[in-house]
Design a protein around this ligand. Structure first.
Ligand SMILES: [Zn+2]
Length: 123
């Protein structure tokens, strides 16, 4: 039963992310502004909650990723993913995409096929 609930939960999250990507790629400007105002705070709160759980302890280990037998040094994969997506390139303006982001639909190829890789790298 836990396995089924876990699958339902994961599918719901992937579908939500797909929906937000679809909106970012296709919604008109007023709709996009409305979605950004409601969803950006939820996303930032989600990141904050997740990162708080992965803050290093006094010995510099991640308590969420460590087990009794194996310690995970900080920064763990969650913090590395956060840096990669939020700082290294995630929020930086891309001059090549800025003008065409609203008018042109995004390529379809990477939306679903990239998911398992992203999931695996976040563990
Ligand atoms: Zn961690």
């Amino acid at each position: 039963m836990d396995e089924i609930l876990g699958q339902v939960l994961r599918n719901a999250v992937w579908e939500r992310l797909d929906m937000l990507s679809e909106l970012a790629n296709r919604a008109d400007a007023p709709s996009l502004l409305s979605v950004a105002r409601s969803e950006l705070p939820r996303l930032t709160e989600g990141w904050r909650a997740m990162l708080a759980a992965h803050e290093p302890d006094d010995r510099g280990n991640c308590p969420a990723c460590s087990s009794r037998w194996r310690q995970q040094k900080a920064p763990c994969s969650v913090w590395q993913a956060a840096y990669e997506h939020l700082v290294a390139g995630g929020l930086a303006p891309n001059p090549n995409n800025a003008r065409h982001a609203i008018a042109e639909p995004a390529p379809k190829a990477t939306t679903r096929t990239a998911s398992p890789g992203r999931l695996a790298s976040a563990r």
